[in-house]
Design a binder for this molecule. Sequence first.
Ligand SMILES: [Zn+2]
Ligand SMILES: [Zn+2]
Length: 364
Amino acid sequence: METLVAQPEAKAVVTTAKTMHALVYHGPGNKAWEVKPVPTIKKPTDAIVKIAKTTICGTDLHIMKGDVPEVTDGRIIGHEGVGIIEEVGSAVSNFKKGDHVLISCITSCGKCSYCKKGMYSHCEDGGWILGHLIDGTQAEYVRIPHADNSLYPIPAGSDEEALVMLSDILPTGFECGVLNGQVQPGDTIAIVGSGPIGLAALLTAQFYSPAEIIMIDPDQNRLEVAKTFGATKLINNSYENVTERVKELTNGKGVDSAIEAVGVPQTFELCTAIIAPGGRVANIGVHGKSATLHLETLWAQNITITTRLVDTVTTPMLLKTVQSAKLQPKKLITHRFRLDQAMEAYETFGNAAKEKALKVILTN
Ligand SMILES: [Zn+2]
Ligand SMILES: [Zn+2]
């Protein structure tokens, strides 16, 4: 029958939400690439970003193991990436639809007392929430709160793949390692851990021309990579006595700055064992267990120990150094996948030593 009359109930049908695919956490050891609703603007300060490229972080592996219990079942993971603005809330003034943006792993309002101090990591309405307390970037779209302060414009003609390294690992290696470690020209420094974060510290430490950079890791491949990135001495702690080797290399003194880029008690304790009097131990690693602090040997050594969550306040500066090719973060990228191959990408990144993987790029 073609002679239909208007059906009021048909008009009442709500348009179904647009859907997308995303990498979703379902409790320790469980994840899935599945259909989720496309995020929508919740507050006037929000922006919706269509993801162009994202990556997997060591932190995501910790989440997948269940080490970060605040992450709940159903959460979309990921806190790094670049994309294109799809929609902005009415209060967003720095960005408009179509703008290419770098997503910071840290969300910040720019107005609270911590933000005013440049300590975005502790923003009272942000901090590290992306892919943690709110849905993240391993998806086709992401909602970014406080978009004006949490996104950075990408200059035209940039290599966007390289800029993914600026969402988290480069500011983290630089701020928590190099700046807190107060690396100075002529210093001898040690970086414990030659993974992506340790290598990011290695790349950015060279802004300050240290005389020697000693890289310490049990994986020979990662040490060889570090050498091509500018490390001057390599120590493989799977068969070498690190403390003895460092003493040999430093006339018995130890290093001026020791940067911890692993996050286990042994590597932190190692940093405090190889530090010279007056030196700085800068912790970057995410620690799940307590470490022993040997105050009985350290109390008179004039050392400084620092901790920090990345604030990403140096991101604009780092962007300029990438633009000028002074910093070449693209070297950290070893594997590339399509975004819909996210499960495969996790498999590769999760077996980093075997796969010789540093950073993997997922392209939407
Ligand atoms: Zn990360
Ligand atoms: Zn704030």
